[in-house]
Design a protein around this ligand. Structure first.
Ligand code: IPE
Length: 267
């Protein structure tokens, strides 16, 4: 049977309270895990690569130490280690929620498999993730610290890790689950489809993010997702709300309903 490969990111804003340092949202996380379990049970062709953002865990520590912009000297490396620990604490909570719901989760830390140069991932070792998929496991990545040949150290977002991975494991779809129903226009309506062609029309509506975010707000995420879509033959990328019950299970099913915002490079 041909597998449908879906990359799914649970955004930091969805699984943590971005306004309170290191505060997870366990009830939401538990429900999302249960929805993923249902999707796996109901769709035998589904091959899932899961990722999660860092929200009020890694972002707060990363902003305090300026980690994204580079790491030099003892103090900053101590900060790098602190960000790494904060990201790992949330990762463990995600692992436990998934495991508790019966999802065969297998965490693979991006810091151990990526190499960066001036803030960009130039190399990723996909073997552990490929092997996990072959074994029927659900590999889990995340936004993490990373070593950088120019900056010493930096931060990579989940999207950046998934983008690098997509060149080795080709996804059919990428789903970004956040706390908004999709990408909003300036009147607060969900934009059904965003393409390279219609993006300029919405540019001013896409700015800012709540809380501390060292890897950019919605506009930079939309821009990098459209670039990824373009690099991968107009890969469909869907932005959905993980707060609405049942949406995650629905978008992981074969006949995906039209929910949220679909981003694709194609017009
Ligand atoms: C950020 O990752 C990683 C760290 C700050 C350590 P993401 O960019 O994927 O996280 P969210 O979704 O914005 O929280």
């Amino acid at each position: 049977m041909r597998k449908r490969t879906i990359f799914l990111k649970l955004g930091g804003s969805l699984i943590t309270d971005k306004t309170e340092t290191e505060t997870a949202r366990p009830r939401i996380l538990g429900r999302l895990a249960a929805e993923i379990r249902v999707a796996i049970d109901e769709n035998s062709d589904l091959q899932l690569v899961l990722g999660h953002g860092s929200g009020s865990f890694g972002h707060v520590a990363a902003a305090r130490h300026g980690t994204r912009h580079g790491v030099h000297g003892r103090q900053q490396w101590l900060g790098f280690s602190e960000v790494s620990s904060a990201a790992a604490r949330l990762n463990q909570l995600v692992v436990e929620a998934m495991h508790g719901a019966g999802v065969p989760i297998m965490s693979v830390r991006p810091s151990a498999i990526v190499q960066c140069e001036d803030g960009t991932i130039t190399h990723i070792a996909p073997h552990a993730i490929k092997n996990a998929l072959a074994a029927g496991l659900v590999p889990l990545v995340m936004g993490d610290v990373a070593f950088d040949q120019m900056r010493g150290g930096t931060i990579v977002s989940t999207e950046e890790v998934m983008t690098a991975l997509a060149h080795h494991i080709r996804p059919d779809t990428l789903i970004l689950a956040g706390e908004t129903d999709g990408v909003y226009d300036s009147d607060g309506r969900v934009i059904p489809t965003l393409t390279l062609a219609n993006l300029p029309r919405y540019r001013t509506a896409l700015g800012g993010s709540r809380g501390t975010d060292v890897t950019g707000g919605m506009l930079s995420k939309v821009n990098s997702m459209l670039a990824l879509s373009q690099a991968l033959d107009s890969l469909p990328i869907r932005i959905i709300s993980g707060l609405n019950e049942g949406v995650l299970t629905a978008v992981l099913a074969t006949d995906t309903p039209l929910i949220g915002t679909l981003l694709t490079a194609n017009t």
